[in-house]
Design a protein around this ligand. Structure first.
Ligand code: ZN
Length: 387
């Protein structure tokens, strides 16, 4: 066994006496005047619970002693949007009240700050459902396009105006509960037409360029034949090949806007339509210094929104009346045949100098031009066709 020493501390008699007196006094105070230091027994939904005396109904809720749940967040049709997002469960005190010889059961709902008593029989009640707030909102009804006439060129006869509908929408569910048309939209009216059908003229149009190699090759053929055409260019390409753009301009061809990135506008958002038309215009104006008067929507995808944006720049829309599907790269002879069989006075022919391998298109242009010349046609740009 090892040994150890204990150091003796001198007793402080006065101090001990003082402390024990204070301790006794405190104990007396607790015992006599603060009985709340004890506990009470209650039952909540049949379960016994020991709570500090002075506990409130709210304490029971925060201790999660209740068997009932909170209500739900619901819409006006009663469909649940979020479970448990309604009112919290409520607590009731079950008591007996003498009524003659019998005793009736009395339940009293308790506020959160109601103090509980020894022996309380408590029950919880499911919280009430809460209905979501609903907000009115006004929604624009888009403008439809109404076409009149036939032909490759389009003139905007009436811009149309959007309608207005008023809806009541659930703030949480997003459901539309009421929907009323306040104002019907009026359609945009677009007149399609053939320009001056008497003159034996043809407008060749080339889309999706400028494209390195192909565009210059086509320009060479047109120059050799003394023919002018229209080029619907993509803004992004315009910035990449400014020298080709300058040559198109200098050789007397018409420059058209075919959007910034060749986006199918019928499926695009209004913001995207605006950007595509605006940036396509900006590219040609800044690189070539000319303001395009013609617009061709990629894929021919028109909408009232496109018509509206195009009108802002005072452009006109040009579609086509002859489409040999050259972008599918059919044999050169097929391409030539398709154009020659479909050309009529005032025809607008759709061809492509950009967007892929256009070797066959390049090879077809010369024979098409020469054969049509033989048949008495002259070639014009869209500007000239229109006059
Ligand atoms: Zn195109």
């Amino acid at each position: 066994m090892g040994s150890y020493t204990v150091e003796r501390v001198p007793e402080q008699r006065f101090g001990r006496l003082y402390l024990s007196t204070v301790g006794l006094l405190l104990a007396a105070l607790v015992a006599v005047s603060i009985p709340a230091f004890s506990f009470i027994d209650v039952s909540v939904d049949g379960q016994r619970a020991k709570l500090p005396a002075g506990s409130t109904a709210g304490d029971v809720a925060s201790l999660r002693l209740m068997g009932s749940s909170a209500g739900d967040l619901v819409d006006r049709e009663g469909a649940v949007i979020a479970r448990g997002r309604g009112e919290p469960p409520r607590l009731v005190r079950v008591g007996h009240q003498a009524a003659g010889n019998a005793a009736t059961l009395v339940m009293r709902e308790l506020d959160a700050d109601t103090e509980l008593m020894q022996g309380d029989q408590l029950r919880s009640v499911r919280g009430a459902d809460v209905r979501e707030t609903e907000v009115p909102q006004r929604v624009a009804i888009p403008v439809d396009v109404q076409y009149t006439g036939k032909g490759p060129l389009m003139a905007l006869e009436h811009p149309g105006s959007p309608g207005v509908r008023e809806q009541v929408v659930g703030a949480a569910s997003g459901k539309v509960f009421e929907d009323a048309v306040l104002e019907e939209p009026t359609p945009m009216v677009v007149r399609r037409y053939f320009p001056n059908g008497e003159r034996k003229v043809v407008a060749l149009t080339f889309d999706d360029g400028p494209w390195p190699g192909h565009t210059e090759a086509i320009l060479d053929v047109l120059k050799a034949e003394g023919v002018q055409a229209t080029f619907f260019m993509i803004g992004r390409q315009v910035y990449r090949y400014p020298d080709v753009v300058a040559r198109i301009r200098d050789e007397g061809h018409t420059l058209g806007n075919h959007t910034e990135d060749h986006v199918i506008l019928g499926r695009a958002t209004p913001e995207e339509v605006r950007r595509q038309v605006t940036e396509g215009q900006r590219a040609i104006q800044s690189v070539a210094g000319v303001k395009p008067g013609w617009f061709r929507p990629p894929g021919g995808s028109m909408s009232a929104r496109v018509g509206h944006e195009v009108a802002r720049f005072e452009m006109q829309v040009a579609m086509w009346s002859v489409d040999p599907q050259d972008w599918r790269k059919p044999p050169v002879a097929t391409m030539i045949q398709r154009v020659l069989t479909n050309v009529k006075p005032g025809a607008v022919v759709l061809l492509h100098d950009g967007g892929g391998d256009r070797t066959n298109t390049v090879a077809a242009v010369g024979p098409i031009v020469r054969e049509l010349k033989k048949r008495g046609y002259t070639f014009v740009t869209l500007d000239e066709l229109h006059e």
